[in-house]
Design a binder for this molecule. Structure first.
Ligand code: FE
Length: 186
């Protein structure tokens, strides 16, 4: 993935690269973006509809809560039945807790019984990226935010109709924007 290579390269170089398109989602993460003034220079490297957001590891730690950082940036997993959304049935749009990109519509959410918020489809295929994950002796499909690369969870093939997929997400990686009626990607 070229985009990921660029992001990784930017992070490795200690650079912060942000996208103008991510501005609306800045508030989703703790502390918004004001703290980055001066220290982090934003640069638009967007090459697709969702753009790219990357910050140095240090900046992510400032922007995210410890739990968000552990899951989103370090691929952690929240304990089942402890997150904010596994049992939340409110209508709305789930966005990335790190960058604000729209990820899932509540109308695709279902009760998987796993203790994690589960969806049968992302709000748009281009809003998530899927990577093979062979950690912990398992072969899984990792789901990350297509804009910031934040770890969201995994997707499995044992979901309900109509897709048969189960996007098993971490609540802490998401933020529910309660907005009944909004069903389209934006
Ligand atoms: Fe994101």
């Amino acid at each position: 993935m070229i985009w990921k290579g660029l992001v990784v390269a930017a992070v490795a170089a200690g650079l912060a690269v942000a996208v103008a398109g991510a501005a609306s989602g800045g508030g989703a993460a703790k502390g918004a973006s004001a703290s980055g003034k001066g220290a982090m220079q934003a640069k638009n490297t967007a090459s697709d509809s969702v753009g790219h957001v990357a910050y140095s590891d240090q900046e992510w730690q400032k922007r995210l809560t410890p739990d968000q950082y552990r899951v989103l940036r370090q691929k952690g997993t929240e304990t089942a039945f402890t997150g904010a959304y596994w049992n939340d049935h409110s209508p709305g749009i789930y966005v990335c807790a790190a960058c604000g990109l729209t990820l899932f519509d509540s109308h695709t959410k279902f009760d998987s019984g796993t203790g994690w918020p589960s969806f049968w489809e992302p709000i748009a295929a281009s809003h998530v990226k899927i990577f093979r994950d062979t950690s912990y002796g398992m072969v899984r499909e990792e789901v990350v935010c297509a804009r910031c690369g934040g770890h969201l969870g995994h997707v499995f093939d044992d979901g309900p109709k109509p897709t048969g997929q189960r996007y098993c997400m971490n609540s802490v990686s998401l933020k529910l924007e309660k907005a009944p009626g909004k069903t389209a990607a934006r």
